[in-house]
Design a protein around this ligand. Structure first.
Ligand code: 13P
Length: 248
């Protein structure tokens, strides 16, 4: 069911506190749109709070990362996929560009994270995207193709990927309709070729999505949803984006 809806997911990044979260989630918990699968990636310490506050709502909670280590043990500071699942989360972002930039996360580690998420029934959302310099050099599909190679040999029937051009994240600069359409067509083609024709795919666009541009972005061919940063921190803006999810 969720694999045929548009996915409208928020990523809070390192924002929030218990009081702010409660106010935001109280305002959001009544939103509904049958065309949308709605999620919020919250910081680790607030996963349980968010899950509790969203009980009986249409919104699921996930995390922004998980450990590369599968088993519990002596990994100070790490949070396992199993712990995230235990908090009631449903999904985990993997390889967000901020993880790639600040923590040098690459395919070998990212694959472990994907495997750990899948092993405990969390949906991994693989984040991909090129930098401005890479796009200016005409390397965007080569870069994203290399990032998608992490999916090789994965035996699942469903996969979710978020395309977030690094130059569009938090900048107010949105990729053009043509750029988004071209990359999403590439994503679908490439994922089918890596994972086989029977895989069901959700591709989300992320990068300065807001209440004003969501309708246009969500109507682009092969855009199966949106991953929203800044605008997901405001109830009004995130609700307005959710309202734009449409049947495909
Ligand atoms: P912004 O919507 O703030 O540009 O962030 C996008 C993003 O990185 C979501 O994961």
């Amino acid at each position: 069911m969720i694999w045929h809806k548009q996915w409208i997911f928020g990523n809070w990044k390192m924002n929030g506190n218990q009081a702010e979260n409660a106010a935001l989630l109280q305002a959001l918990r009544s939103v509904s749109n049958n065309n949308a699968h709605i999620g919020i990636a919250a910081p680790f310490p607030y996963l349980s709070q968010a899950v509790d506050l969203l009980k009986n709502s249409q919104i699921v909670i996930g995390s922004q990362d998980c450990s590369q280590f599968a088993e519990k043990g002596a990994y100070t500071g790490e949070v396992s996929a199993t712990m995230i699942k235990d908090c009631g989360a449903k999904f985990v972002l993997i390889g967000h560009s901020e993880r790639r930039t600040y923590f040098n996360e690459q395919n070998q580690i990212l694959r472990k994270k994907i495997d750990n998420a899948l092993a405990c029934d969390l949906i991994p959302i693989l984040c991909v995207g090129e930098t401005l310099a890479q796009r200016q050099a005409g390397q965007e599909t080569a870069v994203v193709g290399e990032q998608l190679a992490v999916l090789q040999g994965l035996s699942v029937n469903h996969i979710a990927v978020a395309y977030e051009p690094v130059w569009a994240i938090g900048t107010g600069e949105v990729a053009t309709g043509e750029q988004i359409a071209a990359m999403h067509a590439f994503l679908h083609k490439e994922i089918l070729s890596i994972m086989g024709e029977n895989v069901t795919i959700r591709t989300l666009y992320g990068g300065s999505v807001n209440a004003n541009n969501a309708a246009e972005i969500l109507s682009i061919d092969k855009v199966n949803g949106a991953l929203v940063g800044g605008a997901s921190l405001k109830a009004e803006a995130f609700s307005a984006i959710i309202a734009n999810a449409q049947t495909e």
